[in-house]
Write a protein that binds this ligand. Sequence first.
Ligand code: UFG
Length: 330
Amino acid sequence: FDGKVMVTGGAGYIGSHAVLALLDAGFDVVVIDNLVTGFDWAVDPRASFVNIAVEDAGVRNVIREHEVRAIMHFAGSVVVPESVSNPLKYYRNNTAATRSLIESAVAEGVPHFIFSSTAATYGNPTKVPITESDPQAPINPYGMSKLMTEAMLHDVSAAHPLNYGALRYFNVAGADPEGRSGQSTVGATHLIKIAVEAATGKRAAVGVFGTDFPTRDGTGVRDYIHVSDLADAHVAALKQLIAAPAESFTFNCGYGRGFSVLEVLDAVDRVTNMTIERRVEGRRAGDPAELVADNSAILAALDWQPKRAELDGIVRDALAWERKLAEMGK
Ligand code: UFG
């Protein structure tokens, strides 16, 4: 593979892990990130770094100067409730910014594009596990902003020599097992992140958002995927796009099993050997009862083997990173 992979949002949580996986697999990487939510210290020093927004016209220069031959696009806004109160932020940062980025890619002849999509495109699923052909019916602007981007990629790939892989993430959690990166997001809303923050004293307790869902214990069930397995899936997806340049694909990224909120908190208690306080609260707006991936399509199509599906291992890695953040004073 001649040239570099440009990783947008490479200073953020998932992007920084993709950078590690790419570098470990022997790819050259240039990160672009405007550091609105990411951190420059999260970018592995083996990668080049440019502080620029994805929608900036200067991205075309970055593509030329670094001979970019593939783009992995992680940059975006990700907080579902915020997307409900401020939808235009999501249509700007996710949909419109990505339109500009794709335009830069097409103008510079970049042949491969990998996009961070989400299970939020399914809305309230009609069944679980969810397959890729199930109805796309987002229930919030976040999911819609991502679905609109999938539609753009579909149309652009038909009109221009660019193939793409859209990966619909389920619930991403954990941290690099070697301790090189993790979730450093300020004001995170994700369950496992919140729970390990409670374990390290950053917060007093964990709220349980709803105990009356039609699930085995009444709390929400999610398919938690280790961020390093997800990063490996991106490398496998890139290799597939390179091997079959006329084909594009859209895959769920999950393990095909779910854990309830209480099961996650039990795992955190086990791993920390603590009893973290739980406070039962009402349901959060827009939370579906259960999101679990049918992952048979990605398993069949890509050279990807999940290695870190064990829940306690995901929690252990998240906790180790949280302790490291505390040591670093962050
Ligand atoms: N939850 C709690 N307490 C908390 C945080 C979360 O009980 O403090 C519950 C939620 O109600 C839900 C589950 O834990 O049942 C997981 O919630 P997260 O906030 O960790 O994740 P979500 O499932 O809401 O959202 C994630 C991503 C979204 C994406 C969605 C699609 O953050 O970007 O998955 O699957 F859209």
